[in-house]
Design a protein around this ligand. Sequence first.
Ligand SMILES: Cc1ncc(COP(=O)(O)O)c(C=O)c1O
Length: 351
Amino acid sequence: MAEVFDKIVRQGKFVLGDHVERFEKEFAVFQKVKHCVSVGNGHDALWIALKTYGIGKGDEVIVPSHTCQATWLAVVNTGARPVPVEVDPFNYLINPELIERSLSPKTKAIVPVHLYGHPCAMDNIVAIAKNHNLKVIEDNAQAHGAIYKSKQTGSWGDCNATSFYPTKNLGALGDGGAILTNNKKIADQARAIRNYGSVKKDIHTVQGINSRLDELQAALLSIKLKRLKSWNDQRIQNAKIYCKLLPNVGDLQLPPQPSASVKPVFHQFVIQTRSRNELRKYLAKKGIETAIHYPMPVHQQKAYDFLKYKKGSLPIAERLSETILSLPVWPGMKFDEIEFVSDEIQTFFRR
Ligand SMILES: Cc1ncc(COP(=O)(O)O)c(C=O)c1O
């Protein structure tokens, strides 16, 4: 990495240079899509993807009720209204059976989120979108490498967005993101929007923003992309061990395991229990760090008051925010460490 850093400093091209171009090509190949347009972060990737379809004021966009708030924010920042659809409480993903009843003449797109590394039912979602002439923009920030029915997440939609925030399965040294599409016109437009709306130097056809990836991030991402499969395999293996060590414990609900057609990449290993807060405190005392993704549903955040979703309006998202807990699942975690966490959870429920 030090060599790459030296080379970039000597070259003196720090943003949108050869390393960015190379990474875009490599990531497009990895995702099996024609075009990858790197951007500054995952929020901008979603925002730009929506903008390339002209989505904005007066439009509605279907989003999951339970997600990272950036999914909703990107929609709000276009001027459109996010319309939440409840998730399935067992896999945390938008429930395709509930989508159609939330559509209106204003609906323009569906943004499924492959939360925690679990793939959404993309065949159903794409079919609904086709029937109603809607765009699908996948939020694949948490699921690099996940597969649904032999096809990678982030390659099903019309135009897809991802994040390379450092904690992601493929994470940079700072912020980063990308847009993926098979549509050249959309890719060209995204390329312009990320760089002040510039199609070529000093020619600005649209009002864009500054959301560019820098050379250092791109160089690191190229190096890390080669290791992504192995890191994902380790996460999958860790999840398998947890599930083996934690069968029928208290009211603990474990995440879905891989099947022949659905292959998650366990960005997070999320369990559910009514004793979540007590369990979290107990584990912290034993030196085990856990997290909550996310402790407050988006519709209850003050920033989204204007959408006027009252407490109780999205009961699944609200309940999940009180019961979910993310256990450590990082690649490189040793069997003994997973066993220690599992043993402590067993002890907690035996007390
Ligand atoms: C599901 C999801 N969508 C969007 C984002 C936004 O990505 P970023 O933080 O790079 O803007 C994130 C990451 O934080 C995320 O987890």
